[in-house]
Design a protein around this ligand. Sequence first.
Ligand code: PRX
Length: 652
Amino acid sequence: MAAEPTIEALYLEDRTFPPPEEFRRNALIADAKISEEAEADWEGFWAKQARELVSWSTDFDTVLEWKLPFAKWFVGGRLNVSYNCLDRHVEAGRGDRVAYHWEGEPGDTRTITYADLHTEVGKFANVLKSLGVEKGDRVAIYMPMIPELPVAMLACARLGAPHSVVFGGFSSDALRDRINDAEAKVLITADGGNRRGSVFPLKPPADQAIAEAPSIEHVIVVARGKNDVEMVEGRDHWYHELMRDASPDCPPEPMDSEDLLYLLYTSGTTAKPKGIMHTTGGYLTQVAFTHKYVFDLHPDTDVYWCAADIGWVTGHSYIVYGPLANGATSVIYEGTPDTPNRDRLWSIVEKYRVTTLYTAPTAIRTFMKWGPQEPEQHDLSSLRLLGSVGEPINPEAWVWYWQHIGGGRCPVVDTWWQTETGAIMISPLPGVTTLKPGSATFPLPGIAAEVVDEQGNRFEKGGGYLTLTRPWPSMLRGIYRDPERYQETYWSRFAGRYFAGDGAKVDDDGYLWLLGRVDDVMNVSGHRVSTTEVESALVDHQTVAEAAVVGAKDETTGQAIIAFVTLKGGIEHDAAHGEMLREHVAAKIGRFGRPKTIIFTDDLPKTRSGKIMRRLLRDVAEGRDLGDTTTLADPAVVDEIRRRSQTSPTEE
Ligand code: PRX
């Protein structure tokens, strides 16, 4: 049966950007050979990467055991992740290389070499041991963006104790639920951290969480915020006191390739968080591979900066494990991009001569809103490659990033992946792929993705559901203690395929364009319209910095498109401006993509990881009471939006 497109492909983007000649000349991958090799034998391809990029104390005997949906990679192999990230670089004489240039929000700095990090991790692993942490015990981590965070993760990996990092912006309830699900024995936290010019407390919410988390035996507290905290005798310990006499000598535990490396909870908006399980050998192989080739890493000369928080998977894979496995020099920044001023990121790029910057579309749209005069104050000529992750990037935001940050010189790699995939899956290879702004382009070598219709039939062209058709080394191994939910959530919608929950379209040249979560797709008079395409059409207008689109119930059309729009700094809006934007969308993608109502707002409700909370906007648009707003970065935004929505004109 022929596949029926299930999401309309409306937005046409025909600008193309081949790799600049100079970039291609020095690129690690400059032709299609590696992709051809991977297609000819994908298991063999991954085995080769595993042996090239990772050091094993015992070689593996079987590349893959696949009993759908359960995979085991590099079976029989033994290795230690912290050995791979630290010891082997020091042993090879690279101990003096900087692992992290760390910058605190108040302006204090630390330069940490691979030798320093190796010593600190060895000591902290011994500290954990002295508190009774053994191989297999779970350790919870709730910390600001300070060097002790990667130290804690690597010390756990050294002992074979899986960590569960809980983002420092989460509430005490979220922390409690995650500790209890994992039955963590130890919690590592800090007194507080710096954010937007003040100290946010971490120990007080941690205390609240622990009051209802009986598995916790010890709490280790890093002194960072210098805010007052209570220390419980016998249970709570200062990091610096425990470290004072600890020995740096701690042999890495040889782990099975399939031993658990970490849990990371994804916070579904409604249901109980899922403890996503990542294991050792396959995970390290794919994060090292993708970090090296997607970011075209030249470890002797590059200064790489992933500006995410380590509390999200992006930070786990591309601040900690990928870059350290590859011996890269990275930047870590503790605070927000507007502290003390809106040029903070650009001052950091200039100061450390950053070559590679990896950030999120939501950040890029914020920079657009603030205007190009911020980056223009700084010398950004060290940059040679830019990356994007976390949401579909609107073509106009892509071009702004390319032009105003990259100086028209740097390829932009739009990387699609998820907490569940562990590592990048769909992305350009910057020395090979001709870029199209807004497209994540093609699956990486060794990865297979297909877009299918409701029945699971594959499309050659058009919009539908994005599925993955083969196991991959860094795939989640399940949901902690809930194999049925794993099967049900990811493998039941289409037989034999992993369904990620995202919509995507394939264009005439076979490029993939992500269309957002399929739950957000709108049905307007029988047309299935993706929120992403309408948002991109709005952001395409020169006055618009950011847009969020939702479908609200409508008697005539089933759903009506409601757009929440933020204009670029200093631009005034009125009803005529709204009309102009509606016409712009109609011209760009057609009349049925035109929003019925446009609500201007100074900000949009977002999670702390920067994703727009469409569920809340739908509630506002349909005049309902708001659901749970606890994960909002700034709850005041919603009240403001509601006020605006009550006074915005709607098309008759
Ligand atoms: O909807 C996709 C979107 O983010 C989801 C995964 O979110 P999370 O597990 O928090 O991981 C974020 C960092 C990897 C995906 O299902 N997403 C992520 N990257 C992109 C994206 N959507 C479009 N384009 C991307 N490059």
